[in-house]
Design a protein around this ligand. Structure first.
Ligand code: DC
Length: 218
């Protein structure tokens, strides 16, 4: 199997890039963030709060997360229900970062991710893919962009959606989240020694995709 691991901070464009690279190569794209988000949704639905570690772990152990591919797009299921439409909001996002620090929660998903990687050629993105999930990946990419660039991209997205926002506040949120992701005790975001650094600040999406494909062909 050929496995590509893409890690990096929030807003660096990992999912956009990973999806396009997978499509070009005919691989599947595994979005691990959506798996963590699905367990967070299960906790919210069960009425458990993030601080109740034992209950969170119980809920996560009692539900089933599964992935499916429809027209090349990942669909994530919670006990068989397609929950793709319920996991991309602030409430779920906050719950996700809170429960993703629990080792037993990560273990459940890491095992699943490792199994998928033995069965299929894939591009997998997240925070701990090159470091923990797929330490032997054929190619590891650490995709980043400056805080200013990521803030500008996020600001544009929100403005296009008609959401009022302040670009300085967005930049501050990004900095805070980077700090939390990089300094948490369990599986912090780091660039492994064998990962190729790609800084997308001054690159177009196509340029980043081509760059990664060029590493595959090397
Ligand atoms: O990439 P995302 O925004 O969908 O990730 C949601 C949250 O899950 C984020 O707080 C980081 C966490 N996460 C993680 O801890 N490990 C991963 N492999 C993927 C995501």
């Amino acid at each position: 199997m050929y496995n590509i691991a893409i890690d990096g901070p929030a807003g660096a464009g990992k999912s956009t890039i990973a999806k396009l690279v997978a499509k070009k190569l005919g691989f599947i794209y595994v979005d691990t963030g959506s798996m963590y988000r699905t367990l967070a949704l299960a906790c919210i639905r069960a009425g458990v709060s993030a601080e109740e570690k034992d209950k969170v772990v119980d809920v996560c152990n009692s539900v089933q997360v599964s992935l499916e591919y429809v027209d090349g797009n990942q669909v994530v299921r919670l006990n068989g229900e397609d929950v793709s439409g319920y996991i991309r909001n602030e409430e779920v996002g906050n719950m996700t970062s809170a429960i993703a620090v629990y080792e037993p929660v990560r273990e459940i998903l890491v095992k699943m991710q490792q199994k998928i990687a033995t069965e299929q050629d894939l591009v997998m993105d997240g925070r701990d893919i090159g470091s923990v999930v797929l330490p032997n990946a054929n190619l590891k990419i650490y995709l980043t962009a400056s805080v200013e660039t990521r803030a500008r991209r996020r600001y544009k997205e929100l403005v296009e959606k008609g959401v009022e926002c302040d670009i300085n506040e967005i930049a501050k949120d990004i900095e805070d989240r980077d700090y939390r992701d990089m300094h948490r005790e369990v599986s912090p975001l780091t660039q492994t020694e064998d990962a190729v650094l790609v800084d997308s600040s001054d690159m177009t999406i196509d340029e980043v995709v081509e760059k990664i494909i060029s590493y595959v062909n090397k």
